[in-house]
Design a protein around this ligand. Structure first.
Ligand code: ADA
Length: 475
């Protein structure tokens, strides 16, 4: 950091210093009263906040030589938000001033020292799309124990919606649905009641951290495909409270492929290893098997029965299911605890509306199969789009068409009484085997609502809006 002084014996010289740093730490300036500039480069991109815990006694802030603002009083923190920084190197200059004058009514010659400089730490925060600027928790002892009256200020894009989860240690928590106001901010107020907590006192200075997290999540569950996944991912789901459908390794195997002599032993092994290694993850809600395999044939059915038996023997605590694409020909629906269908109306199925296709399949299961009355899930729904391909014609593969189809599909699912849940296929675009390319532009499965770089397609906001219109799923 360059500490540049404009007066005194060493005026104009600069010194490398470490912040926090007051002029007075340099012997030549031990009784200096004046201005001094602290400068440094930093790397950032997008929206940032610069938080100054203390600049004495007046601080003027410049970023890339542009005046940002100023603050008076050495002993209180202040911050500035700087938006839309280009990626790369930027320059911060803090001009600190410790002069006594008419302008300063509190910092006057006194029986304590008014130092000059950056007297407390400086923090650079990278801001996401929405963020918390203030959390005030005021405790009050009531007949029911301690009550915390909590105010949280949230800043974000007008009308955007988030889930705010707040936690007082592991004792109590609250989940609030936050809608950002037209002015780009909102105040969330709620109470947390903590019955069994110890009060802070000089003898027992007990502290309870409060954690508030703003989540932009659009659902509460994730379907993993079509194989057991990394434990790291499951650990994160355990911690974040995301429900997981995990399944063994198989996608779209025909009866012929299931008759491969290696199929049974290999599938059995992967199923056993999956349960063995992952049984203790609380996030796993269901075990799945044999996605879209031959559940329309007797031989296929014997394989399904064998796989379900392994799962039930190893873990009696979780329901089992399989995602089917056999529509009106599935003969295995007596076997699982949950009936699961993968449906792509208005994409692969072009001659039906989303509502017709969803209802016809659901009704067939209820009326014609032993799956009747079991919980019914839509385990895949979606359409493809190439990121950045836009057209008013809403042709296949445009972002517009994908958004429109997802809108129809989700509304069809949510308006069909009896359907317990839905998974969108899929979160992000993924690579596929190059040997299997013919219906997949870019040799990718392009049904992501974000692409492989997590860039949002138009469908992202459509999905978010529909999910959020159903309120807070925590309730
Ligand atoms: C199936 C299959 C998925 C994926 C999807 C699609 O339902 O389960 O793995 O291939 O179709 O994108 O067509």
């Amino acid at each position: 950091l360059n500490h540049f002084l404009r007066s005194g014996e060493e005026a104009g010289n600069s010194f490398p210093v470490v912040v926090p740093c007051c002029f007075e730490t340099l012997p030549a300036f031990s009784s200096y009263r004046g201005e001094g500039a602290f400068e440094r480069d930093f790397e950032a991109e997008g929206d940032i906040s610069l938080v100054f815990k203390g600049v004495s006694h007046t601080g003027r802030i410049y970023v890339d030589d542009k005046y940002i603002g100023e603050h008076y009083n050495a002993y209180t923190p202040f911050s500035f938000v700087i938006n839309n920084l280009d990626a790369g190197k930027h320059h911060l200059k803090v001009v600190a001033d410790n002069r006594f004058s008419e302008k300063s009514a509190l910092h006057v010659p006194n029986d304590y020292m008014t130092y000059g400089g950056i007297n407390r730490g400086v923090v650079l925060e990278f801001l996401p799309e929405a963020y918390i600027t203030r959390l005030h928790a005021v405790p009050e002892l009531t007949e029911k124990g301690w009550n915390l009256s909590i105010d949280i200020d949230v800043v974000g894009k007008p009308s955007s919606v988030y889930n705010l989860s707040t936690e007082l240690c592991d004792i109590v928590n609250a989940n609030e649905r936050v809608i950002i106001g037209e002015n780009g901010s909102t105040l969330v107020h709620f109470n947390l009641n903590a019955e069994n907590v110890e009060e802070w006192s000089p003898e027992n200075p007990k502290l309870y951290p409060i954690k508030a997290v703003l989540k932009d999540d659009m659902g509460n569950a994730v379907r993993m495909t079509h194989y057991p996944n990394d434990e790291l991912f499951l650990d994160l789901c355990d911690e974040e409270g995301v429900l997981v459908w995990e399944e063994n390794h198989a996608r779209g195997l025909s009866e012929e492929q299931m008759r491969n002599p290696n199929f049974e032993p290999q599938e059995e092994k992967v199923t056993e290893e999956m349960v063995d290694y992952h049984i203790n993850h609380p996030c796993i809600l269901f075990w799945g098997i044999l996605n879209e395999c031959a559940s329309d044939s007797e031989y296929g059915k014997s394989c399904y029965a064998a796989q379900y038996a392994i799962l039930r023997k190893m873990d009696k605590s979780r329901p089992v299911s399989s995602a089917s694409c056999k529509f009106f020909t599935d003969i295995c629906l007596d076997l699982p605890d949950i009936v699961s269908y993968n449906l792509y109306p208005e994409w692969y199925v072009q001659d039906k509306t989303a509502k017709e296709w969803v209802e016809e399949n659901y009704n067939w299961v209820q009326e014609k199969t032993k799956g009747a009355g079991k919980p019914f899930l839509i385990t895949e729904i979606g359409a493809g789009a190439i990121y950045g391909y836009r057209s008013q014609t809403h042709d296949n593969w445009t972002e517009e068409y994908q958004a429109e189809v997802l809108d129809h599909q989700l509304n069809a699912v949510f308006s069909t009484e009896g359907i317990s849940g839905v998974f969108i296929w899929q979160y992000c675009d993924v690579r596929i085997s190059r040997e299997w390319f013919n219906i997949r532009p870019r040799t990718m499965n392009n049904k992501g609502i974000v692409d492989e770089y997590r860039r949002r397609k138009l469908a992202y906001d459509v999905v978010k809006k529909i999910y959020r219109s159903y309120g807070n799923y925590f309730e």
